[in-house]
Design a protein around this ligand. Structure first.
Ligand code: MLT
Length: 246
């Protein structure tokens, strides 16, 4: 079998430069969107509807759905929840449908709609993603949500960790500088991850807001084998509204 191609896109603004329609897109936003989404499914959420804009979230709130929405890390006034993974316990989310809108993560998720498949990547489900992709027989792009189209170190570290595992498994190859650079950064960070995370801008943004208690959890590996994925289906709420399920 020919090896599968693996690429890394460091920012949503670069995503149109990639050929994506026949690829699996792994969307990552470690601090905090994809960690939050994975946690919601660990705790039994039924569906998560990612929306790019605040207006879409407000419209869907009128239908009675619970809304999780933040901008620049802070809960929006009309939202029911902000974006800490610790809010989404089984008692809060089990069997529920949640509307979700964040600064970067939900933008990245909706970008991948024309690809073969969009899956949610976090350290919480990284080994399950490796196993799935190795069986997928499909080329892969890891799309980093970044920060307002800028490079984000924590998303790059995840991309490096996932790329390293996929290359070592032997089903994938890469000639992508972003992929190779992400592996080097991940290996460098592994020398002392806690110390390295001091370089992460989003860590300091969250610290200023008093929201940094989640950071160790966001870097924990393999808390679940669930892989949330984005599907498009005519929905009674709104035509062609994509939503995440497992
Ligand atoms: C994002 O969308 O970049 C993050 O979810 C932002 C955050 O959680 O503070």
């Amino acid at each position: 079998m020919n090896p599968l191609k693996l690429e890394v896109c460091f920012s949503p603004i670069q995503f149109p430069l990639f050929q994506t329609d026949d690829k699996i897109v792994v969307v990552v936003d470690i601090l905090r969107a994809t960690t939050v989404i994975t946690t919601m499914f660990i705790n039994g959420v039924n569906k998560v509807i990612p929306v790019k804009t605040i207006e879409e979230a407000k419209e869907l709130k009128k239908t009675g759905l619970l809304v999780v929405a933040e901008r620049d890390g802070q809960k929006l006034d009309f939202a029911d929840f902000g974006n800490s993974p610790f809010y989404f316990t089984k008692e809060v989310v089990e069997n529920k449908t949640l509307v979700y809108s964040t600064t970067n993560g939900t933008n990245a998720l909706t970008l991948g709609l024309n690809s073969n498949k969009v899956i949610v990547g976090s350290f919480l489900n990284i080994s399950s993603i490796v196993e799935y992709l190795n069986k997928s027989l499909t080329d892969v792009i890891i799309l980093c949500a970044g920060w307002k189209d800028r490079f984000s170190l924590e998303d790059c570290l995840f991309a490096g960790a996932l790329t390293k595992k996929l290359l070592e498994a032997g089903c994938f190859y890469t000639k992508c500088d972003s992929a190779n650079a992400s592996v080097d950064l991940w290996e460098k960070a592994q020398e002392n991850l806690d110390a390295y995370l001091e370089k992460v801008a989003q860590k300091h943004r969250l610290q200023k807001l008093g929201l940094h208690n989640v950071i160790p959890y966001c870097f924990e590996h393999d808390k679940t084998n669930l892989i949330p994925y984005l599907c498009l289906e005519k929905d009674k709420l709104k035509e062609n509204l994509p939503y995440l399920i497992v």
